[in-house]
Design a protein around this ligand. Structure first.
Ligand SMILES: O=C(O)c1ccccc1NCC(=O)[C@H](O)[C@H](O)COP(=O)(O)O
Length: 228
């Protein structure tokens, strides 16, 4: 597809307040993430996420984010929140991720150096709808606000990917222009404190991603729509 027609998808992650969910929808964000990982400062419970989901506009996805949660916990979230997508940030394998009959995104740890090759990731997670490259690993958690070396992104993935980890309004344009992802995922970079999003930073982030998308003279194509 010509880059001039391509729109980078945006996911805001770790939302905990209905007002932030409403503003994300108004800004045209494609998805919001609710974090259920134990120990996360952004962790909410299924009943809270269910209430937040009601603040979400139509055509905006709710993503449930897990890290080594039990199958019972995942099932309870699926039952109460009705997410359209699951995101797994821990040591879950493909069989576990597929158990819930919903599309899933597998987060790949870039914090401990270069990951497996693209084909090896796809072989390990053939059921993944997409991969999300984040800065966790090597002692760092998701939602850390840390960048990783974008040149270490694996090629030959054969699936769309989301770029994550330390994105902010200041680096969003470069991140999109450099890596041409299917989508971007941000948490700390649009916050005043963990879980509390900042309206101006949310606006600025979307605006910078759209600025990177808006390159009408660029007839370069996006291979497989953001797949590597
Ligand atoms: O956000 C968390 O606290 C979190 C904790 C444990 C596992 C995953 C978590 N977040 C997942 C996300 O998708 C974040 O948006 C992603 O890690 C990027 O975060 P940031 O670097 O702060 O933008």
């Amino acid at each position: 597809m010509p880059r001039s027609l391509f729109r980078t998808r945006i996911k805001f992650c770790g939302l905990t307040r209905a007002g932030d969910v409403r503003l994300a929808s108004e800004l045209g964000v494609d998805a919001v993430g609710f974090v259920f990982a134990q120990g996360s400062p952004r962790r909410i419970h299924a009943a809270e996420a269910r209430a937040l989901r009601e603040a979400l506009a139509p055509l905006v996805d709710a993503v449930a984010v897990f890290r080594d949660n039990s199958a019972e916990e995942v099932r309870e979230v699926v039952r109460q929140v009705k997410p359209s997508l699951l995101q797994f940030h821990g040591g879950e394998d493909d069989a576990f991720c597929r158990r819930f009959d919903l599309p899933y995104v597998k987060a790949v740890a870039m914090g401990a150096g270069a990951p497996a090759s693209g084909p090896a990731l796809l072989a390990a997670f053939p059921g993944a709808s997409a991969f999300l490259f984040d800065s966790h690993g090597g002692g760092h958690d998701g939602g850390s606000g840390r960048c990783f070396d974008w040149s270490a992104l694996p090629a030959g993935l054969g699936r769309p990917f989301l770029l994550s980890g330390g994105l902010t309004p200041d680096n969003a344009h470069d991140a999109v222009a450099t890596t041409q992802p299917w989508g971007v995922d941000v948490s700390s970079g649009i916050e005043t404190a963990p879980g509390l999003k900042d309206g101006e930073r949310m606006r600025a982030f979307v605006s910078e991603v759209r600025r990177a998308d808006c390159r009408p003279d660029d007839d370069a194509t996006s291979p497989e729509g953001g797949a590597r």
